[in-house]
Design a protein around this ligand. Structure first.
Ligand code: KG4
Ligand code: ZN
Length: 346
C-alpha cells in the first residue's frame, strides 16, 4: 500500500490531497475563482501569490483531515506541467522541500495525466487500454491510454479548448467567469434547437475532414455574430436558448469524435476528464451515443472533474509503485505533450 501527498497549483485552485493507492484519505481545495472573476479570467501573478498564501495551511489541513502524520507518507508529488509557470513553481517548490525535510521520494506529475487518473478514483478496477477524452480550460484531446506513462495523442482542438469556448461565450453573453458551469445551468432552461450553430471541422489537405480533431473558434464567432444581430434587431437576447444551442453543439462535436475514435481503434471504454467533464449536455450525448454503440463511458464525480490534488496523488502512486521518481532538479513547463511524460522521471 502506497500513500502519497500531492499538491496541485497549475492554475486557479490551490489543492492538496492524500491518497492511499486509489482511496482518498483527504482532498482539500481552495478556489481562487471569487478573486479572478473580478478580472474576467485568471490573472497569473495574482494566482501565484494566492497559492503562496494558502499552500502551508492547506498541507496541514490535508494531514489533519486524513488523521495522518508524515510517518505514514511514502512520497510527495506536485503538478509540474503544463500550466502557469509562477503558479506551478509554488506547488513544486513546496513538494520538493517537503520531500527533502522528510526524506521521501519526490514526483513531478503531468496535469493531464492527473485528469486521466481521476477516473481511477471512482473506478479503481479500470484497466488499460482505453480512450480518454480530456476537456478542460486549456486542453481538448483524445488520448489513447496504453499504460501508466504511455500515451498517444489521437486528436485535439486546432484552436480554442472546449472550456475556453465556454468561458469566451459566457463572457460575450455577459454571464461572468468561469463560464462553463453558468452556461450549463442556463442551458437546462433553454431550447437547444433554437439556433443552428456551426460545429466546426478541421479540413484535411486531401479533402474531407479530420475525424478526431475539433475547432471551436468558428462556433464562438458564430455566437458573437448571432448576439450582435439580435442586438441590432433590438431583440432581448434569449440567453438560455443561446446557451443551450451552444452547449448542444459542443457536446455533439465532442461526442461524435470520441465515439468514432473509440470504434476505429477498437477501444470499448471511454473515460472523460477535465472541467468540461462536469457538463450535463456532454454527459447526456456521450452516454446515449455510447450505449447505442455498446461502449462504456466513465465520468468522474464532479469534485474530481475540475482541478484537484486527489487525481495527482492517484497518478503519483502508480508511478511510484513502478519505481518512477523525479530528480530534485526537475523544473516546471508551461507546455508538455502527454506523450513525453516519462521525461519527468529519472
Ligand atoms: O480542468 P479544469 O478545472 O481546469 C483546467 O485544467 O483548465 O477546467 C476548467 C474549465 C473552465 O473552462 C470551466 O468553464 C469548465 O472547465 N467547466 C465547465 C463546467 N464546469 C467547469 N464547462 C462546461 N460545463 C460545466 N459544467
Ligand atoms: Zn485541469
Amino acid at each position: 500500500m502506497t500513500t502519497v501527498l500531492a499538491i496541485e497549483t497549475s492554475c486557479d485552485e490551490t489543492a492538496v490531497a492524500i491518497v492511499n493507492n486509489r482511496d482518498v484519505c483527504s482532498n482539500v481545495v481552495a478556489s481562487q475563482i471569487s478573486i479572478h472573476k473580478n478580472y474576467g479570467g485568471v490573472v497569473p501573478e495574482v494566482a501565484s501569490r494566492l497559492h503562496l498564501e494558502t499552500i502551508n495551511s492547506l498541507i496541514a489541513l490535508a494531514l489533519e483531515q486524513a488523521q495522518l502524520d508524515w510517518k505514514a507518507i511514502d512520497g510527495v508529488a506536485a503538478t509540474c506541467a503544463p500550466g502557469l509557470v509562477g503558479a506551478l513553481l509554488v506547488g513544486l517548490t513546496a513538494a520538493k522541500t517537503l520531500s527533502m525535510v522528510h526524506s521521501l521520494p519526490f514526483l513531478g506529475i503531468h496535469h493531464l495525466e492527473g485528469h486521466i487518473y481521476a477516473n481511477y478514483l471512482s473506478e479503481p478496477t479500470l484497466e488499460t487500454p482505453f480512450l480518454s477524452l480530456l476537456v478542460s480550460g486549456g486542453h481538448t484531446s483524445l488520448i489513447y491510454v496504453k499504460d501508466c506513462g504511455v500515451y498517444e495523442n489521437l486528436g485535439a482542438t486546432r484552436d480554442d479548448a472546449a472550456g475556453e469556448a465556454f468561458d469566451k461565450v459566457a463572457r460575450l453573453l455577459k454571464l461572468g467567469y468561469p463560464g462553463g458551469p453558468i452556461i450549463d445551468q442556463l442551458a437546462q432552461q433553454g431550447n437547444s434547437s433554437a439556433f443552428k450553430l456551426p460545429e466546426g471541422r478541421v479540413s484535411l489537405p486531401e479533402g474531407g475532414y479530420h475525424p478526431y480533431d475539433a475547432s471551436f473558434s468558428g462556433l464562438k464567432t458564430a455566437v458573437s455574430r448571432l448576439v450582435q444581430q439580435l442586438e441590432k434587431d433590438h431583440h432581448v437576447i434569449p440567453v438560455a436558448d443561446v446557451a443551450a444551442s451552444f452547449q448542444d453543439t459542443v457536446a455533439r462535436a465532442l461526442t461524435k469524435r470520441a465515439i468514432s475514435c473509440a470504434l476505429d481503434y477498437g477501444l470499448n471504454t471511454i473515460t472523460v476528464g477535465g472541467g468540461v467533464a462536469a457538463n450535463s449536455g456532454l454527459r447526456k450525448h456521450l452516454l446515449a451515443a455510447a450505449e447505442a454503440h455498446n461502449l462504456r463511458v466513465l465520468f468522474p464525480p464532479l469534485k474530481y472533474c475540475t482541478d484537484n490534488a486527489a487525481m495527482i496523488a492517484c497518478c503519483a502512486t502508480d508511478h511510484l509503485n513502478r519505481g518512477h521518481i523525479s530528480s530534485l532538479n526537475l523544473g516546471v513547463e508551461s507546455r508538455l505533450s502527454l506523450s513525453q511524460v516519462m521525461k519527468l522521471y529519472d
